[in-house]
Every structure is written in C-alpha cells, then in structure tokens.
Design a protein. Structure first.
Ligand SMILES: *Cc1c(COP(=O)(O)O)cnc(C)c1O
Length: 425
C-alpha cells in the first residue's frame, strides 16, 4: 500500500481479502486460537513464529486496523491500545524505566500531563516540562544524563499550540533519544510527524480517527527509523536479553523496523493488558475509511467559525492556528499546509458568567467533555474541567474564566455560525 496516496490508504490499507473472503474486515470475536500440537504453540510463545494464540497479545481484527494506521503515518509497525492514555503510557514506558527522565512540551493534554507529572513520577520516571516555544538554551538545558525520550503534541489539546517537530526531533537525536509525538488532533491526514523526524507517533483514536464518538481507543506507531543498538546503553530493554522470552534481544532479532512494537506487544501488553476490543477496532476502522473526507470539512468549519468569532464584538480573543493572526499560523503552514483540525478556542466577554450564559443558549453545539467528533460540542473549562480553581488560579494556568473550547463537527458551517450568532446576541 506504500505507493498509494493518503485517501486510498484511509479506505483500503491494512486488509486485503483473498478470494471469497469478506470485503469488510472480519471481527474476530475470540479470546483464543486453536493449534494442532503444543509444539506449534510453543514456537509462538518463544517468538520463533508469528501467529495468534490469545487476544490479549494479538488479534487479527486489531492487526488489520493497526496496519492501516501504520501505513497512513508512514511507519513500519503499530499496536492498538484501549485508550489514548494507554498509548502514551506504553509508548514511553517501553523505553523509560525507573530512573529515566523525559523532556516534554508543557503544552499537552491534561491527562497526559498528569500521567507524566504524577503517575509516572511514582514509578521513578522524572519529567522536565519545557515551553513548546522555549529558547535553544532552555531546550538544551532540559536534557540530562538519564533522558530517554522527548514528547510533544503536534497540535496541543486544548491550547492549540503547534509543535515544532523538526526542531525537537533534532534536539532529541543530538542526545541519542527518540522523539514521541501525539498526533491526535491533526491525524495523519493533515500531519505526518515521521516525515519531520519523529520516531514514535501516538494517538487517542477516540477523537477524529473514530470520529463518531463511538469507541475509546489508542494506537502507537513506530517509524522504524530509530537505531536502538547504536544507543544500546540507554535502552537496555530493547538491547539486552529479555529473560521472559528465553533471552531474546529485541533490537537484534526484530531490527529497527520491528523491535519497538514487538517489545511493546509481547512484553507490555502481555503484562499490562490494556488491549482494544476487536469490536472497537472494527468501529475505529469505519471511522478511518472516511477520515480524509471528514478532516477537510472539520478544518473548513473550524476556520469559518474562527473567522466569524474574530470579528465579533463580544469575543475578546480567538485561538485557531489556521487564522493568519494566530501566533502559530506560520508553523501550521509548514507542518500542516491543508490545515490542522476543527477545534477552536475563544475568550468571551463577561468571564465565567458570560460563558455560562452563552453556552446555555447554544442549540447545535452540545456541552460535552469531548472533542473531535461529527457533532459540534463545546466546553467552558472554568465551569467544568477546571471548576475547582479560583479566578486567580485560572489566570495563572493561562485559562481565562471566559474561555470556551468549541469542536466544530461536520454540520453546515452556516448553521453553526447562525447558532453562535444567536447565542452571542
Ligand atoms: C483525548 C486525548 C488523549 C487521551 O485519550 P483517551 O482516548 O481519552 O484516553 C491523549 N492525547 C490527546 C491529544 C487527546 O486529545
């Protein structure tokens, strides 16, 4: 499928039925797989042969969908996970052990911030957060002897900052570590981090990839580019024998292209078990089949809404990297010339009360803790996710009380704008 364009990969990559086989990917709703001899099965347990024996490790439906996403991102291998949280945790934990350190962009999803700053800290993995717009000196100063990965989001949720992937990839590589990029918001349709030097790409497939608000899920994609063996001292998990598989060395046995995902599957998924159900993988694939068509509309609606809001007297400020006035406009043109996504945030006059009154009047945009699906939805952090904070604390966190995040769906943009107009009035 590598020689086909993105739109074709969205529809057909990952699964090629043979004669008389189902056209749509089959849902293999089976926990286990049958073998004629224990010897056959033993080869699978020793990673000497590839095949299926238990769905916690691998399932054909999941593998079809993972292969499609790997093709879309331009990677060599991929693994589905139960959620985006599981994807980011496993992608980092696969290379970071107790005593390791991560350099991360400070402009990331709140759930990932907690994962790094609180939960992984308890596991003895330390993180240094840097502004995505930090100086070269600040970035250089963030690296330590024990740094094992650099992390950022191509478009940050909810700040909508655009990550300078090429710059962070160069810095990571200069220190002999990989760059992990969460590419949830633009999806591979609008941004392919591997082309700019990212080594590992993650997603919350819950968002645009599924796109219908139907199934929580995640995915990890390996570029196959990072040479683990030439930094073997930093990555003992990949470059020294795994005693739980009779001493195999992943980086030697599976090479640059396969080592990362094979270890992630056969070790982390085996032990942690956060798999995506085959049923959800099937739903995810339905979303992927139209992703290229939907993303263009999300971007069109996002831009139209951002342009409308920018001119409205009751709106103080709009954040949308597709607007020429946005500080991230230039960077967006470099990495995502077709636009980023359909999420826009803006500050309304009247603070918390103003936002509350405005949202109550909306008819099409529902109030939800969600983004990036077919139906337009919105959220005021001050009265929902950040409700406990005082006005002062909100300002410190860079979240004005009147900030509203709106995720533009696939409706007609004229109806969305009319809805915003009447609610603002
Ligand atoms: C939602 C989200 C996550 C977490 O994904 P879940 O599927 O909700 O676990 C991670 N990263 C980004 C950028 C997100 O938007």
């Amino acid at each position: 499928m590598d020689n086909y364009r993105m739109d074709t990969k969205c529809v057909q990559a990952g699964y090629t039925p043979g004669n008389g086989e189902p056209r749509q990917i089959p849902i293999i709703q089976s926990t286990t797989f049958k073998y004629a001899t224990s010897e056959d099965m033993g080869k699978l347990f020793d990673l000497e042969a590839s095949g299926y024996f238990y769905t916690r490790l691998q399932n054909p439906t999941n593998d079809y969908v993972a292969a499609k996403i790997a093709a879309m991102e331009g990677g060599t291998a991929a693994m589905l996970t139960s959620s985006g949280q599981a994807a980011n945790f496993m992608a980092l934990f696969n290379i970071c052990e107790c005593g390791a350190h991560i350099v991360a962009s400070a402009s990331i999803y709140g759930g990932t911030f907690n994962l790094l700053a609180v939960t992984m800290a308890k596991m003895g993995i330390e993180v240094t957060f840097v502004s995505p717009d930090c100086t070269d000196e600040e970035l250089e100063g963030a690296f330590k002897e024990n740094t094992r990965a650099v992390f950022g989001e191509s478009i940050a949720n909810p700040a909508l900052t655009v990550f300078d992937i090429e710059r962070f990839a160069k810095a990571a590589h200069a220190h002999g570590v990989p760059l992990v990029v969460d590419n949830t918001f633009p999806t591979p349709v609008n941004c392919r981090p591997i082309e700019w030097g990212a080594d590992i790409v993650t997603h919350s497939t819950t968002k645009y990839m599924d796109g219908h608000g139907a199934a929580v899920g995640g995915v990890i994609v390996d570029s196959g580019n990072f040479d683990w063996l030439s930094h073997a001292d930093k990555f003992p998990g990949l470059c020294t024998p795994d005693e739980s598989y009779h001493g195999i060395i992943y980086a030697e046995k599976f090479g640059k292209e396969g080592a990362f995902i094979t270890k992630c599957t056969s070790q982390l998924m085996r032990d942690l078990g956060c798999i995506q159900s085959p049923q959800n993988a099937f739903l995810l694939n339905l979303g992927l089949e139209s992703l290229h068509v939907r993303m263009a509309r999300h971007v069109e609606n996002g831009l139209a809404v951002a342009e409308f809001l920018e001119k409205h007297p009751k709106v103080k400020q709009v954040n949308y990297p597709g607007l020429a006035s946005d500080p991230y406009y230039e960077r967006l043109q470099k990495y995502m010339p077709n636009g980023g996504c359909g999420v826009v945030s803006f500050e309304i006059e009247g603070g918390r009360k103003g936002a509350e009154a405005f949202m109550k009047k909306l008819k099409l945009a529902a109030i939800e803790t969600h983004v990036a699906d077919a139906r337009t939805c919105c959220l005021n952090p001050a009265t929902s996710t950040h409700r406990q904070m005082t006005e002062e604390q909100l300002l410190e966190a860079g979240i004005p009380a009147g900030l509203v995040r709106i995720s533009c769906g696939l409706e007609d943009k004229r109806d969305l704008i009319a809805d915003l107009e009447q609610a603002l009035a």
